[in-house]
Write a new protein. Sequence first.
Length: 264
Amino acid sequence: MSFSLKDKIVWVTGASSGIGQEIALQAAKSGATVVLSARSLEKLQQVRALLPGEKHLCLPLDLEQSSNFSDLALEVVNIFGRIDYLFNNGGLSQRSEAFDTSLEVDRKIMEINYFGNIALTKAVLPFMRQQKSGHIIPISSIAGKFGFFLRSAYSASKHALFGFYESLLLEEEKHGIRVTIAVPGKINTNISVNALDGEGGKHGVMDHNQATGMSVEECVAKMFKAIAKNKKEVLIGNKEIKAVTLKRFLPALFWKVIKKQSAT
């Protein structure tokens, strides 16, 4: 199915690298005007320079500091008149056992991956209701489908997104607003490099799982196909996504298989 974003306003968080940068690139190539958000204005400007078109906006935000999100949403609407798609992609991962992870790290990851995520959605929703249309795409993770080694805080935050957005999609359908929850598996990004250790330091290592994962180009192409079909959820990855089906239908076998998988 062809998917055109011509003349659409597309807001992407975590747009300075990885999946977010690729969402911005593919959206712009499809004709969208893109609002690029992440913490670093310099990095956003570098991504903006890669995009076809002239109207794209760099709008820095910090998912850990959500008090100004309503003002930012109003700024986007004042400039462009509407918000058609919100890709809630920004987030932070973890590489530490639960026992060795400080509660401060648990709170930080939940603040960024869950509260920051839904805070931006709540800031955008009034405008989408007013225009009687909109599509919200939260980027969860296969770790939001089951727990895994060294991911307790990350997995918890990604599980939480399902509870919120599955409720939201039911509630907002009557207002013409759609939700597609994207569930990437192993994707070739720097997510492991930027992940936190148990004390809040940087993991700083490109894990084998990421280095050998699906390309961001293929990941985003699959995501866009699911959005075009108005799917409520899309699993994206290689053979690792089969674990979701395995857990559902053969849970005993799932637990035997999963504990043999490499944490990194």
